[in-house]
Design a protein around this ligand. Structure first.
Ligand code: ZN
Length: 284
């Protein structure tokens, strides 16, 4: 992907990550936690221009859950509330055992996409995600078996080595290679335009990408992704603010802004059907 792809004017896929698994309503009263709330948010974000929704399930008390039943309840609610949005389940997990992290892949039907972390991550003072190669490969195998297209999470530039390794030695994964270039604090890529360009330059041949940048970096670096021919992710999992000192009122407000920027830059926003085509998702 490159500036030439931007000039070609292909549609931009907007992914919304409305809830995450770390902060909850204590950080923003309108952060959706329950299945009905997340489904309502997903529908509003679809209306605003998002074609993919990245989901985490939570327990009744708001804590993160990997239980298949919780994911089933959530994914069913989201499918019922939306028109055709692509559902992506998170398999990322700080401190969760591999057995738990497989569970989001086992709903009926399985999600069309799921996140696949490429390696270790530290965040805040207390969160770490180990992501051994054996664990990454086990999740990739299960995604291949269930025809689930991974959103490959590169937390930093070194994880692009692991993407190359996965493609060379891993299972035959469905879909187009789709890498999420992640920038932020902790062991994420140091957020800067130069570092994003560097990650994009090091993507495998034929891959496409999206950009996740935390907090104040979400707006500038997702805008840069649009200019580099890539795709964008916005939402309360990664950023709670509309601008410095002003919280966003909703996930849909962040989606609507991403859409306006893309359209001003002469890239239309992908419908779910167009996103399925761009990502070469298997038909279900
Ligand atoms: Zn997530």
């Amino acid at each position: 992907m490159s500036y030439d792809d931007y000039l070609a004017g292909d549609p931009v896929i907007i992914t919304v990550a409305p809830t995450g698994g770390v902060h909850g309503k204590e950080s923003h009263p309108d952060l959706p936690e329950r299945p009905a709330e997340i489904a309502e948010t997903a529908a509003a974000c679809e209306e605003a221009g998002a074609s993919v929704v990245h989901l985490h399930a939570r327990r009744e008390n708001g804590e993160r859950s990997f239980d298949r039943e919780r994911f089933q309840e959530l994914t069913t609610a989201v499918r019922d509330a939306t028109d055709g949005m692509i559902v992506q389940h998170s398999t990322g997990g700080t401190g969760a055992p591999l057995a738990a992290r497989r569970e989001p892949l086992r709903t009926d039907p399985p999600p069309e996409m799921a996140s696949l972390d490429m390696g270790p991550l530290n965040r805040y003072a207390h969160l770490t995600s180990e992501n051994t190669r054996a664990g990454v490969d086990a999740l990739a195998e299960e995604m291949a078996d269930r025809r689930i297209v991974p959103e490959i999470e590169a937390f930093n530039p070194g994880h692009l080595n692991e993407v190359d390794r996965l493609l060379a030695t891993g299972p035959d994964l469905p879909g187009r290679t789709y890498v999420n270039c992640i920038l932020g604090g902790g062991t994420l890529t140091i957020p800067s335009p130069r570092n994003l360009q560097n990650m994009v330059d090091n993507l495998p041949d034929g891959a496409t990408f999206t950009v996740l940048a935390t907090g104040p970096h979400q707006l500038p670096l997702t805008t840069m992704a649009i200019v580099l021919g890539g795709h964008v992710r916005v939402g309360f999992e990664d950023n709670l603010y509309y601008r410095a000192g002003e919280r966003a009122v909703s996930n849909a407000q962040l989606v609507a802004r991403a859409r306006r920027i893309a359209e001003e830059l002469n890239r239309p926003v992908a419908t779910p059907a167009e996103a399925r085509e761009l990502l070469e998702l298997p038909s279900r």
